[in-house]
Design a protein. Structure first.
Length: 372
């Protein structure tokens, strides 16, 4: 940091230089300095390049939103990494300043206020713009991609991206990264070499690696703590045990509830687990338990030869996104609803089996009998 005579401090910016070394094994290799591309030209290209090649930002990244509206303004890029964690990218066409730090915290804090359903709707309604693939049902898409529900998603990772950063910005990001914020700072530099554009990426600040917080054991511990705080432990875990025994699928705990998965064949012929039913609760409705049939479970029930019991239509509400939800208000209501829930599980399981058999037959080139 340099202080001018008037008392105003200014940052000394880092300069990145590149050289091409020709004939490196010779006794007199040629060293040629590469010409830096003007910031104006790089600004114009950078965002399009990053959207088309998200791996330049981080490995195994899927961009699901670009210039999506938020109360604080348009969020530049919203992505999800290979572990299903959200990443917010604030791109500055030029040098990053402390205003960019405030901006990205604003975006991250807004996303953190949304529950899973609100977040899924927010992304679905804004996807498909500015070269981003359209995702009609983000809630379902997330389940399929990561074999875990969107419920209680972790705080998003924050990444500042620019063509440089002043010293105050680096200092602020370094400070935040040592606390609870998962925040990083990346700068890019462009060069020309024989008509080709070369990009150099510099990770100036990277959040320290933290142990995963979503292990099964840790999630179960959080789940028990939350259920106990709301006074529904006995009620909730009785319902969970019932669905575990009825579905005979894979059960995964999240801090907000259990999800139940059944195996399916993907289009490529590999087997994966996909969520059919979730059992959650929320502080906004204390004492209540939510049973959600995902769209896949609703579709499986429609494929079964057995009809859904009449009580299904009385208990469950079909939602616009194709899911069905039922709120249980008390343990006594659960006792009354168990017979109906057993019939619902049987119909969903039958439909799942029919669909699984059809997928297996299709993968092997066979066909099922007409009555199947």
């Amino acid at each position: 940091m340099r202080t001018l005579s008037g008392g105003i401090s200014t940052s000394i910016m880092k300069t990145i230089k590149l050289w091409r070394v020709d004939n490196p094994t010779s006794t007199a290799p040629d060293v040629i300095a590469l010409t830096g591309v003007s910031k104006t030209e790089t600004e114009r290209l950078l965002e399009d390049i990053l959207v088309a090649n998200p791996a330049l930002l981080t490995d195994d990244l899927t961009v699901v939103g670009r210039q999506t509206e938020t109360p604080g303004g348009p969020l530049d890029l919203l992505g999800i990494d290979g572990d299903g964690k959200f990443a917010v990218f604030e791109l500055k066409r030029g040098t990053l300043t402390r205003e960019a730090v405030a901006q990205i915290i604003d975006y991250g804090s807004f996303l953190s206020t949304l529950n899973a359903e609100e977040l899924g709707t927010h992304i679905s309604q804004r996807s498909g713009n500015h070269g981003i693939d359209r995702i009609e049902d983000f809630f379902g898409w997330y389940q399929e991609q990561f074999a875990k529900p969107l419920e209680d998603y972790p705080r998003p990772r924050l990444v500042l991206v620019g063509l440089g950063a002043d010293e105050r910005t680096r200092r602020m990001v370094e400070y935040l990264s040592t606390g609870e914020f998962d925040v990083s700072l990346i700068t890019f530099h462009a060069f020309e070499s024989e008509g080709a554009l070369l990009l150099a990426r510099q990770v100036e600040v990277e959040a320290p690696t933290r142990p995963p917080s979503d292990t099964k054991e840790r999630n179960l511990e959080k789940l028990r703590e939350r259920a106990s705080k709301l006074g529904i432990s006995s009620f909730y875990f009785d319902v969970a045990r019932f669905f575990r025994e009825q579905l005979h699928g894979y059960e995964w705990p999240n801090p907000s509830g259990f999800s139940y998965y059944l195996p399916e064949l993907t289009e490529s012929g590999t087997q994966t687990n996909r969520a059919y039913i979730a059992l959650t609760f929320h502080e906004t409705k204390p004492g209540r338990v939510l049973i959600r049939l995902y769209e896949r479970a609703v579709a499986a029930a429609a494929m079964a030869s057995s009809d859904l019991p009449q009580c299904y239509h009385e208990i469950f509400e079909l939602k616009p996104n194709g899911t069905a939800e039922a709120w249980l208000k008390s343990a006594s209501q659960w006792q009354e609803a168990q017979g109906c829930m057993k019939a619902v599980c049987e119909v969903v399981s039958e439909g799942w089996k029919r669909r699984s058999d059809a997928a297996t037959a299709a993968a092997s080139g066979e066909s099922l009998p007409a009555d199947e």
